[in-house]
Design a protein around this ligand. Structure first.
Ligand SMILES: [Zn+2]
Length: 229
């Protein structure tokens, strides 16, 4: 096992995407954390070239490391689009190390960027689950939710305004109707009143209309009675 020391600063643990590698001690930026190792595949050999798994690390056009063996603890390191480590590739020596590019605190998951090819082939189709992408998705979801709420509020405001407009319109119509009725009543009430003045029997006529016994009570007088009552 090509561990850096027996005093490993990491352990395999449960991560959001399955298993992952976690720091157990502070790891300083620039530190080689672990070597990514495995059988060397020569793509010029048909048998080697036919090997297909998720742990192939391309060194050069010819050489690839098959890191699928369980002993290759580095294979547990998950991809991140915002990693705290990187792969340090030594093509001539045909070696790969994972090196911290940030100070990593105990408990933190160690990640490196698997690269565009891997991302396109394996991660993009299912959606990258790294913290950075998860955060991005969360933000997008929150934004979408806020936008939805904004649109809902807007629609509600519009509906409220429409209702208010309708209510105002109805009120206006009612007022108009009231005014019209008032006018009609005034108009109707004016005739006998004026008439009473003209013929000098206004008071009697109104009272008689009020008693309801006067055969002379006209429509207008009945109207007047209602106003007096
Ligand atoms: Zn990602």
């Amino acid at each position: 096992m090509p561990d850096i020391s027996s005093n490993k600063p990491y352990r395999i643990g449960r991560s959001r995407t399955g298993l992952g590698l976690f720091a157990t001690k502070p790891i300083k930026k620039g530190t080689r954390i672990i070597r990514y190792f495995g059988r060397l595949l020569d793509c010029n050999k048909e048998k080697d070239d036919a090997v297909e798994n998720k742990y192939l690390f391309h060194l050069t056009n010819r050489w690839t490391i098959d890191g699928s063996a369980r002993e290759n603890t580095a294979r547990y390191i998950n991809h991140s689009c915002r990693p705290n480590a990187e792969s340090d590739v030594r093509p001539i020596k045909r070696r790969v190390y994972i090196r911290a590019i940030k100070n990593i605190a105990p408990g933190e998951e160690i990640n490196y960027d698997y690269g565009t090819d891997y991302f396109k082939e394996y991660l993009k189709p299912i959606g990258c689950l790294c913290t950075a992408c998860e955060k991005k998705r969360k933000k997008k979801r929150a934004e979408a939710k806020a936008e939805k709420q904004r649109l809902k509020a807007k629609a509600e405001k519009k509906a409220r305004k429409a209702t208010e407009k309708l209510a105002k319109e109805a009120e206006k119509q009612a007022r108009k109707a009231r005014e019209k009725a008032e006018q009609a009543r005034k108009h109707a009430g004016r005739k006998p009143f004026n008439g009473a003045h003209w013929d000098g029997h206004g008071a009697f006529d109104v009272r008689a209309a009020g008693s309801g016994i006067s055969p002379r009570a006209s429509r207008g007088q009945r109207s007047e009675r209602r106003v007096l009552a």
